[in-house]
Design a protein around this ligand. Structure first.
Ligand code: ZN
Length: 68
């Protein structure tokens, strides 16, 4: 179980999560808050290592970071 928290203060606990890409950023589909924002995990945030394939560790990675 992972707790997610929105900027507005709302929280939600999710067992199963689905990552989706919103505006170039990975978000948890189920963590969409009623206010329209996506909640973020309250666990120590270390990025989204699973969506960047090791074999694409080139300019692609750089572009992803610049998209913020
Ligand atoms: Zn919210």
């Amino acid at each position: 179980m992972t707790t997610y928290q929105c900027k507005c203060g709302a929280t939600k606990q999710l067992n199963k999560t689905t990552l989706c890409i919103v505006n170039g950023t990975a978000q948890v589909k189920e963590a969409l808050c009623g206010c329209g924002e996506y909640m973020q995990s309250t666990k120590e945030f270390s990025g989204y290592p699973t969506i960047i394939r090791p074999d694409s560790d080139t300019n692609h990675t750089k572009n992803l970071h610049n998209n913020k």
